[in-house]
Ligand binder design. Structure first.
Ligand code: ADP
Ligand code: MG
Length: 462
C-alpha cells in the first residue's frame, strides 16, 4: 500500500483517538506517530523513541488496534518501531543548524535571527547528574517525562511554554535540567539557561535598585535558545518583576525559543500573578507531577542505593517504599540516613535499622516546626548563642552553623530565600542561596555534615 493511503488511514485513526483520550495524552504519545507500513496482516507504526514505544506496547496497543479495526484494518500484528537511524540523523542535523554557532555558515534555518554569543556558557548552570537516564518513570510522572523528552528533541517547536507543576521533591527540577542537559548533549552550541525565578528577581531588582543599565540583564535572558525557570510560584506579588518576565517571555516565544517553567501549583493558582502572564503560561502545555506509586518508589530506592554501591534486600526496599509517601526528596533523605547509619556501624543496612530510623521520623513528623525552633536548635547543637547565629560575625565556627540553619529552613519549611535571609537577620538573600547550595552539596559529599544535620533534625522533631 502506498504512503499516501497509509497517511490518510493513520490521520483518520489519530482523529478518532484524539476524541477519546485527554489532550495531554494525545499530544504526548500520539501526535508524533506515523503509519509506515501496512501489509496483509501487520501494521507498522513509527514512534519517536524507546520510551514511547514501551508505552505503546504496554498501554496504548489496545486502543490502536480497536480504532484500526473500526477502520476495517484487521491486523493480527501491530509493530511499533523507532523512526530509523536515518531520520534521526537528519533530525540532529536540523537541530544542529537551529543552534548553530553565531557566524558559522549554514544552509538551513537561515531565517533564525543571529544572536551574540553570551559571555559565559550559560549551560554551566546545569547539574550534570540530572538526566533522563537517572529519572525513574511511573504513572505519576510519565506524561511530564514524555513532554520533557519531546521538548528536548524539538525545542521551541511544540509545548511552548512547557509548564510543569507539582509538590516539592517530586522531580520537577530533575526533569527540566534533564531537558537542558539533553539539548546541550545533542547540540553543544545550544544556549541553555537554567535559573531559579529567585535569581531572576534578584538580578532584576539589582538593576532597579542600583539604577544600572538593564541591557546586560535583558541580553543575558534573551540570547538563549532554551530558558528554564524553576519555582515560578515565588514571582507571586512581585509586580515589576512579572512585567519584566512578561517581556522576556514574549521576546523568546516570538523567536520560537523554548521556555520551560516549573511551579508548585498550576498557573491559575499562583496568587497575584498578572492575568496576561497567567494566560501566557497556559499557551503551551501544563502538566502535573504527582507522588510516584509504590512500584516506582521501590525502583527509585533500589536505583539510588545501587548508585551508592549498596544492594538493599527486598524487605528493606519494600519497607521504605511503604513508609515514605511524601516525596522523593524525603525518600532520598531517609535512604541516605539509612546508608550513613550502616556505614558508621560498619554493617549492611537492613530492615530493622530502617524501622528504627523511620520510627523516629514518623513519630515526630506530625509536629509543626517553626523557623524560630530551627534557629534555636541549630545554635544549641553547635554550642552557640542565638545572638551569634543572627549576628554578623564571619568566623568559621559561626558561619557554618548559620549556613546549616538556612539549609534547614529551606529543606524543612520550604521557605523562600528572602524569607530565609530575614529569619537570620540578613538583608541580602544571595547569601541564603549560596548557603543552602553549599550545605546541599556538603550533604551529598560530606559524612560529618550529613550526621550533624540529621542530628539537628532529630532534635527538631524529637
Ligand atoms: P522538585 O524540583 O520537584 O522539588 P527535585 O527535582 O529537586 O524535586 O527532586 C528531588 C530529588 O528527588 C532529586 O534528587 C531528584 O533527583 C530525585 N527524584 C525525584 N523524582 C525522581 C525520579 N522519578 N527518579 C529518580 N530520582 C527522582
Ligand atoms: Mg525544584
Amino acid at each position: 500500500m502506498n504512503q499516501t493511503v497509509n497517511q490518510t488511514l493513520w490521520q483518520t485513526v489519530l482523529g478518532e483517538i484524539e476524541l477519546t483520550v485527554p489532550p495531554s495524552t494525545y499530544a504526548a504519545w500520539f501526535a508524533n506517530t506515523k503509519l509506515i507500513d501496512q501489509s496483509e496482516d501487520s501494521v507498522t507504526i513509527a514512534v519517536q523513541n524507546t520510551f514511547v514505544r514501551t508505552q505503546f506496547e504496554k498501554k496504548y496497543d489496545p486502543i490502536v488496534r480497536e480504532v484500526l479495526k473500526k477502520n476495517n484494518v484487521n491486523a493480527s500484528r501491530v509493530v511499533y518501531v523507532i523512526e530509523g537511524a536515518k531520520t534521526r540523523t537528519s533530525e540532529t542535523e536540523r537541530h544542529a543548524s537551529a543552534f548553530r554557532a553565531p557566524g558559522r555558515p549554514t544552509s538551513v534555518g537561515a531565517s533564525l535571527p543571529s544572536v551574540k554569543p553570551p559571555t559565559a556558557p550559560p549551560s554551566s548552570t546545569l547539574n550534570p547528574k540530572y538526566t533522563f537516564d537517572s529519572f525513574i518513570v511511573g504513572s505519576s510522572n510519565d506524561l511530564a517525562f514524555a513532554a520533557c523528552q519531546n521538548v528536548a528533541v524539538n525545542p521551541g517547536q511544540k509545548y511552548n511554554p512547557l509548564f510543569l507543576y507539582g509538590g516539592v521533591g517530586l522531580g520537577k527540577t530533575h526533569l527540566i535540567q534533564a531537558v537542558g542537559n539533553e539539548v546541550v548533549k545533542n547540540n553543544p552550541n545550544a544556549r541553555v539557561l537554567y535559573v531559579s525565578i529567585e535569581t531572576f528577581v534578584r538580578e532584576f531588582l539589582d538593576i532597579v535598585r542600583l539604577k544600572k543599565k538593564g541591557n546586560d540583564f535583558s541580553d543575558h535572558y534573551r540570547n538563549v535558545d532554551v530558558l528554564i525557570v524553576d519555582d515560578m510560584q515565588f514571582i507571586a506579588g512581585k509586580t515589576a518583576t512579572q512585567e519584566e518576565f512578561f517581556h522576556t517571555f514574549n521576546h523568546l516565544h516570538q523567536a520560537n525559543k523554548q521556555i520551560i517553567i516549573t511551579s508548585d501549583k498550576p498557573p491559575k493558582s499562583i496568587p497575584t500573578l498578572s492575568e496576561r502572564l497567567r494566560s501566557r503560561f497556559e499557551w503551551g502545555m501544563a502538566i502535573d507531577i504527582q507522588m510516584p506509586d509504590f512500584e516506582t518508589r521501590s525502583a527509585i530506592i533500589e536505583t539510588k542505593a545501587a548508585q551508592s554501591g549498596v544492594t538493599l534486600d527486598h524487605d528493606t526496599v519494600e519497607f521504605l517504599a511503604n513508609n515514605v509517601k511524601t516525596n522523593i526528596r524525603e525518600l532520598e533523605g531517609v535512604l541516605n540516613h539509612l546508608l550513613a547509619h550502616a556505614e558508621m556501624r560498619g554493617v549492611a543496612p537492613n530492615m530493622e535499622m530502617a524501622e528504627g530510623l523511620l520510627g523516629n521520623v514518623r513519630a515526630t513528623r506530625p509536629h509543626h516546626v517553626t523557623p524560630k525552633q530551627i534557629v534555636e536548635k541549630t545554635a544549641k547543637h553547635y554550642g552557640l548563642g542565638i545572638v551569634d547565629l543572627l549576628g554578623a560575625k564571619r568566623d568559621k565556627h559561626i558561619v557554618v552553623p548559620r549556613q546549616v540553619a538556612m539549609y534547614l529552613l529551606r529543606s524543612e519549611l520550604h521557605l523562600s530565600f528572602p524569607k530565609i535571609a530575614q529569619e537570620l537577620g540578613k538583608k541580602d538573600h544571595t547569601t541564603a542561596i549560596h548557603s543552602v547550595e553549599k550545605i546541599e552539596t556538603a550533604m551529598k559529599l560530606d559524612f560529618v555534615t550529613r550526621e550533624q544535620v540529621n542530628s539537628i533534625r532529630e532534635k527538631l522533631y524529637g
